[in-house]
Write a protein that binds this ligand. Structure first.
Ligand code: ADP
Ligand code: MG
Length: 402
């Protein structure tokens, strides 16, 4: 369906095609041109995993996969929502009534955004018709959910003719995900979709909730995302369980925040905690450190160092935090095995784990070969067909001209 190798030139045929299709859908359904086009990217996290809820750092980038929304006021008090990905599940949302989660489920992400605006005093919102189009695989760990929330919030800004502070917009969307989709997420996904920047990663300090762009301008390096196409069921319970274990560890260490904890602090209380909790804590401490180091290395173009930190991050997630799975390990090990001579600079699992995707940094000239080899070897080893594509770091949410 989509072009598999995203060229690093300045034009963006993948995005242009998405927008063109959006306008065609809107015209077909509503017989007119939209008033507003709002756009928000998916994201991939380079490093800094499972530490967003530990006052840590994360280092995501917006990727060239988007949710795009076209909308026009309809003079009623209803929002009519149509997603091209779920065309048999249109939603009508009453805007002059309090928002509650309901059916269809996908519209909860948008109801949650309406509720956030209501919470800020924007009530009732004016009625409108909207078509939502996207090229993000759902549930692949690339945060289509944050993209739809952030695109929806950007659309509401356009309808109201206002702009809210970007940080508050990201927090409003995080609240929507927590309150309406019931996902106890940290701030990474929504911050990434708002603060993403062309040719940059975004270093997000999850304690101060500040985002800092980190230049990643070397066109000779591409990002390859490999969706393992597995999603193991245990992920919800395991997520809650990992959060709990990090809380237990921090209380035994006796510090306010993970940011003040060193390996020496942890080792001083090693005997007071069980071995599993110790390993969870070791992941948090080492990953916070690696993420800060990686941001510096990225900005200095020291990609070899970044690759080593990605490998260390993967091993820590696999062995200490235990959130990888055999398919993620297989995909990462294939990339490691192709190695620097084959064009691979670094590879690791990305996102919450137990399935989902990996991120690999690859020499742009070798991208096609590397992707082909990852695809065939992964399928040979697991019997599962993966989805693999190359992408680049793009700008965050915005309104677009027609
Ligand atoms: P991820 O964020 O990793 O893609 P989630 O399970 O958090 O996975 O979010 C996926 C859900 O978000 C979908 O099941 C759907 O409810 C909603 N969603 C995301 N993008 C769209 C879209 N384009 N149209 C309709 N719903 C969407
Ligand atoms: Mg999500």
């Amino acid at each position: 369906m989509y072009q598999q190798h995203d060229t690093m030139s300045d034009d963006n045929p993948i995005f242009d095609q998405l927008k063109k299709e959006l306008l065609e859908h809107f015209e077909k359904i509503h017989g007119m041109e939209p008033f507003i086009i709002a756009v928000a990217p998916a994201r991939v996290n380079l490093i800094g995993e499972h530490i967003d809820y530990c006052d840590g750092f994360v280092l995501p980038a917006g990727i060239n996969r988007h949710v795009v929304i076209a909308a026009a006021p309809n003079g009623t008090s209803e929002a009519n929502l149509h997603s091209t990905m779920l065309p048999d599940q249109p939603a009508t949302v009453m805007l002059d009534e309090p928002q509650t989660p309901g059916q269809p489920k996908w519209a909860d992400y948008i109801r949650g955004v309406f509720d956030g605006f209501c919470d800020k005093g924007f009530w009732p919102l004016p009625g409108f018709d909207a078509v939502i189009h996207a090229n993000i695989p759902l549930g692949a760990g690339l945060s289509s959910s944050a993209a739809i929330e952030v695109a929806a919030a950007t659309m509401v800004e356009g309808l109201l003719g206002i702009e809210i502070n970007p940080k508050n917009k990201a927090l409003l969307c995080q609240r929507a995900e927590r309150k309406f989709a019931g996902v106890p997420c940290g701030i990474m996904d929504q911050f990434a979709s708002v603060f993403a920047k062309n040719d940059h990663f975004v270093l997000i300090d999850c304690r101060s909730e500040e985002a800092q762009p980190i230049p990643f301008t070397d066109k000779s390096i591409s990002m390859v995302i490999a969706d393992t196409n597995v999603h193991h069921e245990l992920s919800d319970g395991a997520y809650a369980n990992r959060r709990k274990q990090t809380e237990i560890a921090l209380s035994i260490i006796g510090k306010e925040s993970w940011r003040e904890v060193t390996m020496d602090d942890l080792d001083a209380v090693k005997e007071e905690m069980n071995e599993v909790v110790y390993r969870r804590a070791r992941h948090v401490i080492t990953e916070i450190d690696r993420t800060q180091q990686a941001a510096i290395a990225v900005s200095q173009g020291k990609t070899g160092e970044v690759g080593e930190m990605m490998a260390a991050s993967h091993r820590s997630l696999r062995d200490d935090f235990e959130v990888s799975c055999k398919e993620l390990d297989a995909m990462v090990e294939i990339a490691w095995d192709i190695g620097i001579d084959g064009g691979v600079l670094g590879s690791r699992m990305t996102g919450g784990g137990f399935g989902g995707s990996t991120i690999t940094l690859v020499r742009t000239e070798k991208v096609e070969e590397v992707m082909a080899e990852m695809r065939s070897r992964y399928q040979e080893q697991t019997g599962i067909k993966p989805q693999i594509f190359s992408t680049r770091a793009v700008d965050g949410a915005r309104q677009e001209e027609r």
